[in-house]
Design a protein around this ligand. Structure first.
Ligand SMILES: Cc1cc2nc3c(=O)[nH]c(=O)nc-3n(C[C@H](O)[C@H](O)[C@H](O)COP(=O)(O)OP(=O)(O)OC[C@H]3O[C@@H](n4cnc5c(N)ncnc54)[C@H](O)[C@@H]3O)c2cc1C
Length: 218
């Protein structure tokens, strides 16, 4: 019985939506679906809180955080960000923009967050909304069944045990792991967009004064 397809569906647990990955995308989708009464299982291979890159939120995230019911919790861990400052490698001029000056003035502010804290707020919220959240559990195989019968998903828990789930829908929120993209060989390189991302953390950096202290510098 090496593949989920070979596993008997009778031995599998059942859910409406199986979410692969408990980052912001997976935890948000799981919370919203569970709130609507769907049976949701979310499998996250790591355990929260865990480090992740991507700390600078955008103003349009805030209405979604309200909708999820976590706005207060994120405010408590966040650093306010009211705008952005563009710097140039070629001259000393700096140009700042405030989100409040955008055409849509309804979203004047965002936050910087530590992703370990932010992601944990979101995944605990998904649990509270009755999604079944399982950490330390890596999805290994997904076999889509014929006749739109959903999929058999096989995952490995940290203790080595294997779990099979029969899901009506599979939502791949595995982030840069691109679980299904790899399995389905669906990833295509865009040769016109050969970019790479790097990150570093700095201490002792000088902040802008006042409200601009949290501006993102680009
Ligand atoms: C250098 C850099 C800087 C960035 N800066 C910003 C920024 O300032 N602001 C911003 O908004 N975004 C930023 N981003 C982008 C941001 O990191 C991502 O958009 C965001 O993390 C995507 O969230 P996600 O939930 O889709 O995926 P992720 O946060 O990556 O979550 C995916 C989760 O899936 C889990 N997972 C993966 N495979 C499996 C599996 N097989 N089984 C179970 N679990 C699995 C992983 O452990 C992970 O927890 C940056 C990215 C990079 C690379």
């Amino acid at each position: 019985m090496n593949t989920p397809a070979a596993a008997s569906a009778a031995g599998a647990s059942v859910c409406d939506v199986l979410v692969i990955g408990g980052g912001p995308a997976g935890a948000t989708a799981a919370a919203l679906l569970a709130e609507r009464g769907y049976r949701v299982s979310l499998f996250e291979k790591a355990r929260h809180p865990r480090f992740h890159i991507g700390e600078s939120l955008l103003p349009a995230n805030l209405p979604l955080l309200e909708r999820l019911g976590v706005a207060g919790a994120v405010k408590a861990i966040g650093m306010e960000k009211w705008g952005a400052e563009f710097v140039s490698p070629w001259h000393a001029h700096k140009q700042s923009f405030e989100f409040a000056d955008a055409m849509d003035k309804s979203m004047p502010m965002a936050y910087h967050v530590r992703r370990a804290e932010f992601d944990e707020i979101l995944i605990r919220n998904a649990s509270r909304k009755n999604a079944r959240v399982v950490e330390g559990c890596q999805v290994r195989e997904v076999d889509f069944l014929p006749d739109n019968a959903g999929a058999l998903v096989q995952a490995r828990h940290d203790d080595g045990s294997i779990e099979t789930v029969h899901a009506r829908f599979v939502l791949d929120a595995s982030g840069r792991d691109t679980f299904l993209g790899n399995r389905l060989n669906a990833k295509r390189r865009n040769r016109k967009h050969n970019s790479a991302a790097i990150y570093a953390h700095f201490s002792g950096a000088e902040r802008n004064p006042g409200k601009a202290a949290g501006n993102i510098t680009i």
